[in-house]
Unconditional design. Structure first.
Length: 145
């Protein structure tokens, strides 16, 4: 089962990089939930996930997710990844900056019956916002000495 789960998670990264919403949707359970420290609330269901993905694909049309580590933990797969892309479209009110971003993150995916059922996503949005010029670099903001 664990090799199958690792393969499903790899396929999800491949589908993301191919910008293939149908392939992504086939990997998610009907009651799939994504929770992230950067989202205002849970993303529920395959369609909502695809809509979120489309927002990022529009903002970073050349983005690539690279798996840096993939670990099996029974019904869970933990992945460490890197995202690289160029900000060429609006993202949550931030107009395109045409700046490159390079950030790392970690996803914990729960799987059941060959489908992704839940994902907990943590990534360095602060670093991304610094690279876009929206936040000052560490140590350069108000009150820095």
């Amino acid at each position: 089962m664990s090799e199958q789960n690792l393969a499903i998670v790899r396929k999800s990264y491949d589908a993301w990089n191919a910008r293939d919403p149908k392939a992504i949707a086939t990997l998610l359970s009907a009651d799939f939930v994504l929770e992230s420290d950067t989202a205002p609330g849970p993303v529920r269901g395959p369609q909502a996930f695809v809509e979120m993905a489309q927002m990022y694909w529009n903002a970073f049309p050349d983005t690539r997710l690279e798996i840096e580590g993939l670990h099996d933990a029974g019904d869970y797969v933990i992945s460490r990844w890197r995202a690289v892309g160029t900000h060429r479209g609006e993202l949550m009110g931030i107009p395109a900056t045409n700046k490159k971003v390079d950030v790392h993150g970690c996803s914990i995916n729960q799987l059941k019956d060959g489908k992704l059922t839940h994902e907990w996503l943590y990534w360095d949005t602060g670093k991304m916002l610094q690279q876009l010029g929206v936040l000052p670099a560490a140590g350069k903001g108000a009150g820095a000495h």
